[in-house]
Design a protein around this ligand. Structure first.
Ligand code: AMP
Ligand code: MG
Length: 354
């Protein structure tokens, strides 16, 4: 396991909740997939139907993990990376689709999100187990950056082919794959005929329908700077929000990082510098109609910073909860009045009065 962390706590119970329709119950199961904990909750009157839907959801996540994992020698992404500068690789419909979506997000974020960031990611080791983490020199980072450019991903839709136009280029879909997998898992679960479900792949969560109380799914947003370090940090939340037929993702500088000489180095890298994004943001939560959007935009906004990030989300009509280092929270217009702040150290401010 490279990483086991969830940044959003799903604030629901697995047991029957009073007030629900006579036969509906919630069934929930967690498994380790995509390097993290995945939890699927479904609402169904039938235990058997629920079991089938949950199995199908997990099978879908597993299938995508096999296709998209950067670290697995057998994945399609690895095949594309190995053939960089040599030849196009024929891939599955899903791999083609997610790469196209990633390229689209790169375009609308001006490259703040870039799925070809892998050569730079490889320079950094953000695992907590590393005893003496190293900061690459600016020259080394600049050298790796020469291989980072989403515009050099060439797609051939008719042939279902992906070609990385230069040797040394590599795809890393770590900033979008979990949200996309949550989307696909929800589709698989819907196909089993259940009327509501929540799929959480760590902090990338997609919901549909209502829980057994007839309400949306209440999810918490992890505290990026808790006073004390908990054994279960994902349960330490500073705010909660209700999810209906949409998705939520959080990216933050606290999820994978190391501190060296008093400075925090985290896993979301600025494709302009090759160094961790230095916006004043420490956590970005995005609420969007689809998981891939929420996932990739949360990563991008952390790079873009407050002004550009807010502008982008507002222009798309997508929800955002942006947390600055001083614990001030900025909300997009469409989320005003929809978020519960649970920790008084955090306070809502307006963009202008920030
Ligand atoms: P997330 O946790 O969704 O914000 O994704 C973070 C992961 O995305 C990192 O661990 C990298 O694998 C990858 N990543 C880091 N920086 C970027 C970036 N600027 N654009 C796209 N992917 C990135
Ligand atoms: Mg992301």
């Amino acid at each position: 396991m490279r990483r086991v962390s969830a940044c959003l706590l799903i604030m629901i119970g697995i047991t029957f909740i009073s007030g629900c329709t006579e036969k509906d119950r919630m069934y929930k199961e967690s498994r380790e997939l995509m390097d993290t904990f995945c939890t699927i909750t479904v609402v169904s009157p039938s235990k058997e139907k629920a079991r089938k839907a949950i199995d199908r959801g997990f099978a879908e996540i597993k299938r995508l993990e096999t296709l998209l994992n950067y670290f697995s020698g057998g994945s399609e992404i690895t095949a594309v990376n190995k053939a960089a500068g040599i030849k196009p690789v024929k891939v599955s419909r899903e791999t083609l689709e997610i790469v196209k979506k990633a390229m689209h997000i790169s375009g609308i974020t001006g490259g703040a999100f870039d799925p070809t960031i892998a050569p730079v990611v490889s320079l950094w080791r953000f695992s907590k187990d590393i005893s003496n983490p190293q900061v690459p020199s600016k020259d080394v980072a600049a050298d790796a950056l020469r291989h980072v450019d989403y515009r050099k991903i060439k797609i051939n839709t008719a042939e279902s082919g992906i070609y990385l136009a230069e040797k040394g280029m590599e795809l890393d879909l770590g900033g979008i794959a979990k949200g996309y997998a949550a989307d696909r898992a929800v589709e698989a679960i819907k196909a089993e005929g259940v009327k509501a479900a929540l799929v959480a792949i760590a902090g990338d969560i997609r919901g549909f329908g209502l829980n057994t109380s007839g309400q949306g799914w209440r999810v918490g947003i992890q505290d990026p700077r808790p006073d004390t370090v908990s054994q279960r940090p994902w349960e330490d939340v500073f705010a909660s929000i209700e999810l209906k037929d949409n998705a939520i993702s959080t990216s933050g500088d606290y999820q994978r990082f190391f501190i060296k000489d008093g400075k925090r180095y985290h896993h979301i890298l600025d494709p302009e510098t090759g160094f961790p994004a230095e916006s004043e943001l420490i956590s970005v939560t995005v609420i969007a109609p689809e998981g891939y959007l929420a996932d990739s935009l949360a990563t991008a906004v952390l790079v873009l910073g407050v002004e550009k990030g807010m502008q982008l989300l507002e222009s798309m009509g997508i929800g955002g909860v942006l947390v600055c280092a001083d614990k001030k929270i900025l909300l997009t217009k469409n989320l005003k009045g929809k978020i519960n702040i649970l920790n008084s150290a955090y306070r809502l401010v307006n963009l202008l009065s920030k």
